[in-house]
Design a protein around this ligand. Structure first.
Ligand code: PPE
Length: 304
């Protein structure tokens, strides 16, 4: 998806012009993938623009940084304030937010510990990740021949830049095969997640999603859907999912900040069908929450 430029980007404590937000080609993270990032959305609500589950995202950013031995030279509160400042200065009422913490310029080689830790926050308008039609009618998914990186190879819980080349290979492979999105299995062969989404299935009115040990990124949208599902009175179970139960699912959906709640209508040639009842119910509550129309979960919105 091509970027839509806005006015300013936050870099190491100051707001710089979009076109001046540059780094050196010998930036450590460019060579070795030593960066961690977040994807957050800000929505327009009747009480003003609101960052969705802001604290949880910033807290995950700090956890990712910790797993890669990076000390962020700001507090979580300072980063949250910087996110708000960046949105305000760009006068966007809704946008995607991309904070990134990365090993900067000054050291080469595989010991990054003396390289500086740089922090940047960019925002831009970003529409439906898998298309408006995908959100409404569901998408076609194919299992990738690439496995999701096992957590004893790289920490799945970290949202690290370098880890995304795994997602990217899976994504390209599936797109070239004519599908909308990939699904990755874990190293044991159980369902893990999409290249940038967690997955849920529904069977006999029970909602299932893979557990942490299936090498997933612990998605914040995933957590939101677990809570919404339970609020709606459904049983939501975190357990290993086999390929067969995926193929026999009554409903299936992807969750993610960018993808929001995208129904899956076909997997590997097995028809799941049009978005089902539970998917639609969850979607409705989710969209009501982010649009500020659902008081029960209003604590998830940080008004800027
Ligand atoms: N798994 C992966 C691998 C992942 O990248 C994401 C988010 C999720 C699960 C869902 O997590 P959460 O956003 O907390 O619900 N992927 C981000 C990056 C997408 C991109 O293309 O860049 C996102 O959705 O912002």
């Amino acid at each position: 998806m091509s970027l839509q430029a806005v006015n300013k980007i936050w870099m190491n404590g100051s707001l710089v012009n979009w076109e001046d937000a540059k780094i050196h080609v010998l930036t450590h993270a460019l060579h070795y993938g030593t960066g961690v990032f977040e994807g957050i959305r800000c929505y327009s609500t009747p009480s003003g623009s609101a960052v969705f589950r802001h604290r949880e995202h910033i807290s995950r950013l700090f956890d990712s940084a910790k797993l890669y031995y990076m000390d962020i030279p700001y507090s979580q509160e300072q980063i949250m304030q910087a996110v708000k400042d960046t949105i305000k200065t760009n006068r966007l009422d809704k946008c995607y937010i991309r904070p990134i913490v990365f090993r900067g310029y000054g050291e080469m080689g595989l010991n990054p510990l003396n390289a500086p830790v740089d922090v940047s926050i960019a925002v831009w308008p970003w529409g439906a990740y898998l298309g408006e039609e995908g959100l409404e009618k569901g998408i076609r998914v194919k299992t990738s021949s690439y496995q999701r990186i096992p957590s004893n190879t790289l920490p799945s819980m970290a949202k690290a830049t370098g880890q995304y080349i795994n997602s990217i290979l899976a994504k390209i492979e599936t797109m070239k095969a004519g599908y909308d999105e990939a699904l990755l299995l874990d190293s044991r062969g159980f369902v893990s997640e999409g290249p940038g989404e967690n997955i849920f299935i529904v069977r006999d009115n029970v909602i299932y999603t893979p557990p942490e040990h299936a090498s997933i990124l612990k998605g914040i949208t995933r957590d939101s859907v677990i809570q919404i599902g339970r609020y709606l009175g459904y049983k939501v179970v975190e357990q290993d999912i086999t390929r067969a139960s995926l193929y026999l699912a009554d409903e299936a959906l992807f969750t993610g900040t960018a993808a929001e709640i995208t129904p899956i209508r076909e997997i590997d040639g097995y028809e799941i069908g049009e978005p089902g009842k539970i998917t639609k119910e969850i979607q409705k509550v989710f969209f009501d929450i982010i649009n500020g129309r659902f008081d029960e979960f209003s604590g998830w919105l940080d008004i800027i």
